[in-house]
Design a protein around this ligand. Structure first.
Ligand code: CP
Length: 310
């Protein structure tokens, strides 16, 4: 297992059996009592280096380590607060932090730099979100949530909306869904925020059934899953109308278009694309999705550092 996920940089490293192994491990860890869970990473140190802002990913990884009995060292706002500010290369950062920690969880602004530098790390690197590239652990927790909520991942119809150009969670999720048989995806996005051309080609070659919906209602009507995302204004150069999210924002009125079994997911943070009035509907699964993230990240770290399940 350790060999299979020595680094976790892209979802392309995860095949369906490995996703199942992680989901089963997440379920197993969820069922352990706190004392037993704390034996899994006893004596291990995990470093968290965050070069971009985060609430969920950093705190869930750090909580995962602590719940498994390990210790955390780290740098929040590492672009400013670490020696990267002095010009230290990422490959040197990995060589150095790898002398202290048993694994490194990193959020970085450049997927290519992360991929290149990871080759120099003596310890496993986990991509906790890289620029507008990938966010593989988010995709793992997203499919884990689909499975927990709907009982399957295969043959789901998934509406994916919002910023498909810069949204790294979408990039990883679509790559992961493409591995499961029979999944159909409907895309709906503001005009300038479609999938990057290279990703669209990659997904077409993978055989994923992908169609672009003409409007919000067509995207979500009858869908099993609505995967909503925010516009990544911090990565835009003013090419998108500040009110563009109103095109695809979900309100209570849209719920009538969804089957009773449907589920609404969002990687969060949301900034207006899902009205708070939707939260009380049982189909709104985004806060359960947050909790699943803790257990999926525990599972990944446990698989990398904790050894066999007992
Ligand atoms: N979903 C997600 O990556 O959230 P954060 O940016 O808060 O970590």
């Amino acid at each position: 297992m350790r060999g299979a996920v020595f680094h976790a940089l892209t979802v392309n490293q995860f095949d369906v059996p490995l996703v199942w192994e992680l989901m089963e491990r997440a379920e197993w860890l969820r069922g352990l009592d706190r004392e037993e869970a704390r034996t899994r990473l006893q004596g291990k140190i995990v470093a968290t280096l965050f070069y971009e802002p985060s609430t969920r990913t950093r705190l869930s990884f750090e909580s995962a380590v602590l719940r498994l009995g390990g210790s955390v060292v780290g740098a929040e706002n590492a672009r400013e607060s670490s020696s990267s500010k002095k010009g230290e290369t990422l490959e040197d950062v990995f060589r150095v932090v790898g002398c202290y920690a048993d694994a490194i969880v990193i959020r970085h602004h450049d997927q290519h730099e992360l991929d290149r530098a990871a080759r120099f790390s003596p310890v496993p690197i986990v991509n906790a979100g890289a620029g507008s590239g990938e966010h593989p652990t988010q995709a793992l927790l997203d499919v884990y949530t689909m499975w927990r909520e709907l009982g399957r991942i295969e043959h789901l119809t998934v509406a994916v909306m919002g910023d498909l150009k810069y949204g790294r969670t979408v990039h990883s999720l679509l790559r992961l869904l493409a591995k499961f048989p029979g999944v159909r995806v409907r895309l709906f996005h503001p005009a300038p925020l479609g999938l990057p051309d290279d990703l669209a080609r990659e997904l077409a070659a993978s055989g994923l059934a992908l169609e672009r919906a003409p409007d919000l209602a067509s995207a979500i009507r009858g869908a099993d899953v609505v995967y909503q995302t925010r516009i990544q204004f911090e990565r835009l150069g003013g090419e998108v109308d500040p009110n563009a999210a109103s095109l695809y924002a979900l309100t209570k009125d849209h719920l009538a278009l969804l089957p009773d079994h449907a589920r609404i997911l969002h990687p969060l943070p949301r900034v207006g694309e899902i009205a708070p009035e939707v939260d009380d509907d049982v189909r709104a699964a985004y806060f359960r999705q947050v909790e699943n993230g803790l257990y999926m990240r525990m599972a990944l770290l446990d698989a990398m550092l904790g050894g066999e399940r007992r």
